[in-house]
Design a protein around this ligand. Structure first.
Ligand code: FAD
Ligand code: DHB
Length: 391
């Protein structure tokens, strides 16, 4: 098989890239190790920056999002048992879209399949080689047949545990990493969200987040031990703790818990995000802790930069944008890393914090919610820094 761009991974990065390239008239093949059902049911992110939802709409991929997604004009921060509203609309004139990542994935998969363009699920034995040649190759097995996909470029969109980043020779990449001494226990529950907008709560027992997927479906998180055993968390304990951290003890509408999981929190970046004709995007190149909701949005931003560079290459024979791909993406990524670290540090209990650290953290929150300048900075980052800073 021959294509212009081989895309490894059908997460938000790989799928959205396939649409951007298709619109630019660039041929691509997407391969994915998991089944369609699996990727369409994997509950993860839930917040789209305004520009991410705008660009989906402009591409004709936003119809269901506009019907079913929830536009939020602000968030709430809770500490010392009080709620403080941060009004994004008033502060920066923008908002965010609450729409599940798996719903975005469903929409992108359906549109790709409707167009008849190749998207192969349940491939195995994926390997990439010839990265420093003009014909890098993706090898894999599909429906029992060994396949060789000869490309001009390979887009490594295969997430944190993928094979593309490790295929880059040793010594090329520099890794920046921080792991946090906690994780998030996340649930999806058939329970009406107690608030119209998200609540980020800093409680003596630890962080909690109230989010949602629809007016009937709550998505809630609790700070927990990174190695937490879910067996220690029967449903009643989860609701008790959520009530304590988010509602002062009681009052959250409860309902059946449909899914539970624990996520470790880490910050991670590799530089550069390219080697020869392999370009990495999304979680394959960087991870942010989820506080601040940047992961899926960064994946979208990377592939917008990549698609623009590939378009300049094929349309005008220019490779300057390809050469600058990593540098351009990393400026945005580091600002999102900074913001995610800031939100994580502000909202969580750190096990080694002293009484002084705790009082300083609460003073940070008190300052933030009392200062229009500080709230504006938070709002500007949360709704997403302008993409034209990168493009
Ligand atoms: P992925 O979604 O990981 O997709 C990679 C794909 O590649 C997967 O489908 C995988 O199966 C496939 N793959 C792996 N290896 C191979 C291979 N060898 N060959 C072919 N395919 C392969 N982000 C936000 O923006 N907002 C949020 O609110 C938010 N909340 C989050 C909450 C939680 C609990 C978690 C865990 C994450 C959250 N994130 C959030 C982060 C967000 O989910 C990720 O940043 C996003 O999924 C990155 O997309 P991606 O396409 O780069 O990678
Ligand atoms: C969600 C996840 C986040 O990490 C966040 O900051 C806000 C919302 C969510 O899953 O809805």
């Amino acid at each position: 098989m021959r294509t212009q761009v081989g895309i490894v991974g059908a997460g938000p990065a790989g799928l959205f890239l396939s649409h951007l390239l298709q619109r630019a008239g660039i041929d691509c093949v997407v391969i994915e190790t998991r089944s369609r059902k699996y990727i369409e049911e994997r509950v993860r992110a839930g917040v789209l920056e305004q520009e991410s939802s705008d660009v989906l709409r402009q591409m004709g991929l936003g119809a269901r999002m506009d019907r079913e997604g929830l536009i939020h004009h602000g968030i709430n921060l809770r500490f010392n048992e009080r709620l403080h509203h941060i009004d994004f609309q008033d502060l920066v004139g923008k908002g965010v879209m609450v729409y599940g990542q798996h719903e975005v994935v469903k929409d992108l998969v359906q549109a790709r399949l409707d167009s008849g363009a190749p998207l192969l699920f349940e491939v195995s034995d994926v390997a990439v080689d010839g990265l420093d040649t003009k014909t890098p190759t993706v090898r894999f097995t599909h429906q029992g047949q060994a396949q060789e996909l000869v490309c001009d470029f390979i887009a490594g969109c295969d997430g944190f545990h993928g094979i593309c980043r490790p295929a880059i020779p040793e010594g090329v990449l520099k890794t920046y990493e921080r792991t946090y001494p906690f994780g998030w226990l996340g649930i999806l529950a058939q329970a009406q969200p107690a608030s119209e907008e998200l609540i980020y709560s800093n409680h003596d027992n630890g962080f909690a987040l109230l989010s949602m997927r629809s007016p009937e479906l709550g998505r809630l998180y609790l700070q927990c031990d990174p190695e937490e055993d879910l067996a220690n968390w029967p449903d009643a304990r989860i609701w008790e703790e959520l009530n304590l951290r988010l509602a002062g003890g009681k009052g959250l509408p409860e309902g059946p818990i449909l899914q539970k999981g624990v996520t470790q929190m880490r910050s991670f970046v590799v530089e550069p995000m390219q080697y020869g004709r392999l370009l990495l995007a999304g979680d394959a190149a960087h991870i942010v802790p989820p506080t601040g909701a940047k992961g899926m949005n960064l994946a979208f931003a990377d592939v917008r930069v990549m698609a623009r560079a590939l378009d300049a290459f094929y349309r005008d024979g220019r490779d300057d944008q390809l050469a600058a791909y990593s540098e351009v993406c990393l400026r945005r990524i580091w600002k999102a890393q900074r913001f995610s670290w800031f939100m994580t540090s502000l909202m969580h209990r750190f096990p080694d914090d002293s009484a002084f650290d705790r009082r300083r953290q609460l003073a940070d929150l008190d300052y933030l919610t009392g200062s229009r300048a500080a709230m504006t900075s938070l709002a500007e980052n949360y709704v997403g820094l302008p993409m034209e800073w990168a493009l």
